[in-house]
Ligand binder design. Structure first.
Ligand SMILES: *Cc1c(COP(=O)(O)O)cnc(C)c1O
Length: 461
């Protein structure tokens, strides 16, 4: 399988190179040059498989000859052995609603599904092809801990994760700072999340520094993350359809950076019997407005009760634009230039119609989110995390399978507001507040961070 850029500026690369590249060198995102097709016979064969075996079947064509099948199998088995549920991503019935629980990984959020795999994949590729990787990122929540758990203890990889000091939830801070592996470096920046993000950007823009220290990112644009997320759409279809290719299912997906729902879109394009894909956003509704109007216009970022979705520019949206325009990279480039200079882009009427055929989209307010948590709890005793509640509200009275993207105990503030008590802690979050921690505090400056990275890596190299 070959990968090209959504902006058309690179020669096609194989899977391993696409994963290590992250962002394409022309600034675009990597996309497969050809999507595999799944037919009815394949779907029937897949329908009885365990999650891990299904993952192997779904991923193998995308990996191509780059990793031998039995080694890919080992990577997948190792990645999902850290999940506490035997089904990895089980479907549970809550009243007459089906919920696809994606939070049984080590940090109790759906990002584990992709980042457990990505960590193992990086380690494997670096061991085989040589080199090292120093991951650097800024986080306000889920991504940081899932990334740290993805690479902790892995050879040839270090991670430097910045968070704004005192400005993330105590549980999320503890999840990161209680990881004591030597290759994990937590940094509390004296400043805001935007400060932390700006510093990381400055580091990546210093190309000599970036290359000297093999800096890399694990953000949601990495192709391997999309690939890993496609698996649970197929798995959910298989569990609900009994393997009948005529049986279609719909999904409601709490959406921020558009990675999760885009994986569902690709699964549908490949021939998985998916009916509706519902984009569920909070007040940060750039995607909902796009589906409604055909205009993608950057607005202000609002803080909500579903913070992992407080995003205005959805970084994976570019991949959708590419497929929406029949893989015309020139068209994507032109649209993005317009977005860059004017803060908005508009697709043609025919493409807007197509987008409306591809997705439903619903924006959900904080008040509605709380009401949904309350209602579901009252009716069934099940506690939705606020992100999941956005999806359930968006699904309305339809029969869409709702993706549960985090365990509610990670967002107790919202839960308490909604139902007046805390969600019980899952085992992976128990005892967290009593664990020893390691974290360095730094001033909000790129030079300070560079000096720290230089010094740290000098000791370990
Ligand atoms: C990251 C995240 C989301 C949004 O997923 P995207 O792939 O960015 O659309 C939703 N819910 C939770 C809990 C998350 O951590």
């Amino acid at each position: 399988m070959q990968y090209s850029s959504t902006r058309g500026g690179i020669a096609p690369v194989g899977f391993a190179e696409a994963v290590l590249m992250g962002l394409a060198s022309d600034g675009g995102l990597l996309v497969p040059t050809q999507l595999p097709r799944v037919d009815a016979a394949t779907l029937r064969d897949w329908s009885g498989l365990r999650f891990e075996d299904l993952a192997l079947e779904v991923m193998a064509p995308f990996v191509g000859g780059d990793i031998p099948r039995d080694e890919l199998r080992t990577l997948i088995d190792d990645s999902y052995a850290t999940f506490t549920h035997p089904e990895v991503t089980p479907i549970v019935g809550v009243g007459d609603r089906r919920i696809l629980e994606l939070f049984h990984g080590p940090t109790a959020a759906f990002k584990d599904v992709a980042l457990q795999f990505l960590g193992n994949l990086f380690e494997y590729l670096l061991a085989r092809d040589g080199g090292e990787l120093n991951i650097c990122g800024a986080t306000s929540g889920d991504t940081g801990s899932a990334a740290i758990y993805g690479v902790r203890g892995k050879a040839r990889i270090s991670i430097f994760m910045l968070h704004p000091k005192g400005r993330i939830s105590p549980i999320q801070e503890r999840q990161m700072t209680s990881v004591l592996d030597a290759n994990v470096h937590n940094i509390a920046v004296r400043g805001s999340f935007d400060d932390a993000q700006r510093i990381v950007k400055e580091l990546f823009n210093d190309l000599p520094f970036k290359s000297e220290f093999s800096l890399g990112a694990v953000n949601s644009i990495n192709w391997a993350r999309i690939l890993a997320q496609m698996v649970y759409y197929v798995f959910a279809w298989a569990r609900c359809s009994g393997g009948d290719p005529e049986h279609r299912v719909s999904f409601a997906v709490p959406t921020g950076n558009f990675g999760d729902v885009f994986a569902g879109y690709l699964a549908k394009r490949m021939g998985v019997p998916i009916d509706r894909l519902i984009i569920a956003t909070n007040r940060n509704d750039i995607l909902t407005r796009f589906v409604d109007t055909g205009v993608y216009a950057v607005g202000e970022v609002f803080q909500t009760l579903s913070p992992a979705m407080d995003i205005q520019i959805a970084s994976n949206f570019e991949r959708y634009l590419y497929f929406l325009h029949d893989e015309d990279a020139g068209r994507v480039r032109a649209l993005l230039e317009t977005l860059q200079t004017t803060g908005r882009l508009e697709v043609e009427t025919a493409h807007h119609e197509r987008a409306r055929a591809d997705f439903d989209a619903v924006a959900v307010s904080d008040a509605e989110t709380l009401e949904q948590i309350r209602q579901t709890y009252a009716a069934s005793g099940y506690i939705l995390c606020p992100h999941t509640a956005v999806g359930v509200k968006a699904a309305g009275s339809g029969d869409a399978i709702c993706l549960a993207t985090a365990h509610p105990a990670k967002f107790n503030e919202a839960i308490r507001l909604a139902i007046g008590c805390d969600a019980p802690l899952p085992p992976v979050l128990q005892g967290l507040m009593d664990l020893p921690t390691r974290c360095l505090e730094l001033d909000a400056g790129a030079d300070t961070l560079k000096a720290h990275i230089r010094e740290t890596l000098r000791d370990t190299r």
